[in-house]
Design a protein around this ligand. Structure first.
Ligand SMILES: [Zn+2]
Length: 476
């Protein structure tokens, strides 16, 4: 199970990275940035798109241009066919572009037909999730285009477009299904129009269930135990978080779980989180039979990812170096919620793993810069340890738990939507005192030359009980 768990971890880290990527929407210095629109229609099995461009340029680039993980680099040529004469799809540098074949401006209206398919891409959202009943969830950002003066300009673009002036707003996309409503931001609607929605739009049924606090979309062919985890555990854990922390994100949360079949030799769970939406993908014969550890892993995934609806979306971090606030915080939320909802859940091992991992990662340098050392796990483990310290101090003061620490922090920042390091540490200092704050500051900025001694001091100051066993700190 270690391998599956690490894949899950990788996916969770990826989700964090994507949050960073997606918040850097193209800024537009121009007075009149381009406003492309797209109309996407499914008519039974045929998909058509009309892309309407608002200026005459010879090249348009695609913001979402990530390579596929396997096979040829581009997924668009496998799924898109241009119907408008004289317009072709190309790959220039690290970006997909559309251009005219003769160097003239691309026509203002470009028609294409689609054959959506699963395609795993690198460090970005897959363009489509295909369910076994024929339902399809389409990633909303795949039609975002920006104008370019020439092929040379496209070649000069860096791979990472963050911070560049792309001179275009996100494409305003209309989604329609002639057979009935689509699912958009947790609701069934006859059609939806939005720009920069950062979501998946579902065409078809795919086992949709609408619960008060969450909508679940689970592939009808998925193994039964996964279905139970998704349709029973996800609604109960999101209801638990809402009860303890107040309102979640505006859109009704949704979880979509796709199934790529019982591929021999494969045990794979992966996923990512978007505004109000968890996307999970399951594959492999290793997932067909229910085991306790698989159930725990799936529940952990749901618990951690749906925690981000609050800690990550209602409030987000200020910069990626503060990821310990959201990742460690989400870890402790998932542990405490599982402990409350499932009597057989082994919360002690989960907490101990955070302590052990933080101890092994904290000596090499500051947690805030862990990404530069490839130690993403430090944000999770040490962030959870800091959360444990805050919880210990809250418990000493009021008898409360981690949610009692978080609720006022979230409420105080609902308006601006950002929970900064200083705000977190100010609140922590109120609970645990100035010296405890200093210990966390040094973990974050410098690392701890003797992590065990520093963590023990942090626990002493915040009232977390532990015992020393060799090089380890063991929590009761
Ligand atoms: Zn996370």
């Amino acid at each position: 199970m270690t391998e599956g768990f690490e894949m899950l971890r990788a996916a969770v880290v990826l989700a964090g990275l994507l949050t960073t990527l997606m918040t850097g929407s193209p800024a537009c210095a121009s007075d009149t940035p381009s406003h492309p629109t797209a109309s996407v229609t499914r008519d039974h099995s045929s998909w058509t798109v009309v892309l309407t461009l608002d200026r005459d340029v010879p090249v348009w680039g695609f913001t979402a241009s990530s390579r596929m993980r396997e096979g040829q680099p581009q997924w668009r040529p496998l799924q898109w066919r241009f119907e408008t004469p004289g317009v072709v799809l190309d790959r220039v540098g690290s970006h997909d572009v559309i251009r005219s074949t003769d160097g003239a401006p691309v026509p203002r209206e470009v028609k294409l037909s689609l054959t959506p398919a699963s395609a795993a891409v690198v460090a970005a959202y897959d363009p489509a999730l295909v369910f076994s009943d024929g339902a399809v969830a389409m990633f909303s950002g795949q039609f975002d285009v920006f104008p370019l003066p020439s092929i040379e300009a496209a070649r000069d673009l860096p791979e990472d477009l963050n911070g560049l002036d792309l001179d275009a707003e996100a494409t305003r996309v209309t989604w329609r299904d002639t057979r009935g409503p689509v699912l958009f931001q947790g609701r069934r609607v006859d059609g939806a129009t939005a720009a920069d929605a950062q979501t998946y739009v579902l065409f078809g049924e795919a086992g949709l269930e609408e619960h008060p606090a969450i909508a679940t979309v689970v592939d009808p062919e998925i193994p039964q135990w996964v279905r139970e985890a998704m349709t029973a555990y996800a609604p109960s854990i999101t209801a638990f978080y809402a009860e303890r922390l107040g309102d979640g994100p505006l859109a009704r949360p949704t979880i979509m779980a796709s199934w790529k079949g019982p591929t021999p030799g494969v045990t794979s769970m992966g996923g990512s989180v978007l505004p109000g939406l968890i996307v999970a993908s399951f594959e492999g014969e290793g997932l067909v039979e229910r085991t306790e550890s698989l159930v725990d892993m799936a529940r952990w995934f749901i618990g951690h990812e749906s925690a981000h609806f609050w800690l990550g979306q209602v409030v987000r971090y200020e910069a990626a170096r503060d990821m310990w606030i959201t990742e460690g915080g989400a870890d402790l939320m998932a542990i405490r919620a599982a402990q409350a909802l499932d009597p057989r859940y082994d919360h002690r091992s989960a907490v101990q793993r955070e302590v052990d991992d933080c101890l092994s990662l904290a000596s090499g340098g500051g947690v805030a810069s862990a990404d530069t050392r490839g130690e993403h796990r430090a944000y999770y483990a040490c962030g959870a340890v800091f959360a444990l310290a805050a919880e210990g101090a809250e418990h000493r003061r009021s008898g409360g738990d981690w949610f009692d620490v978080l609720r006022p922090l979230i409420d105080a920042n609902r308006q601006d939507g950002v929970l900064t390091r200083v705000e977190w540490l100010d609140h922590f200092e109120d609970l645990a005192g100035p010296e405890a704050r200093t210990v966390i500051d040094s973990f974050l900025d410098d690392g701890a030359p003797d992590p065990r001694a520093s963590m023990a001091r942090l626990f002493d100051l915040s009232g977390v009980r532990y015992r020393v066993e060799g090089e380890r700190l063991i929590l009761p």
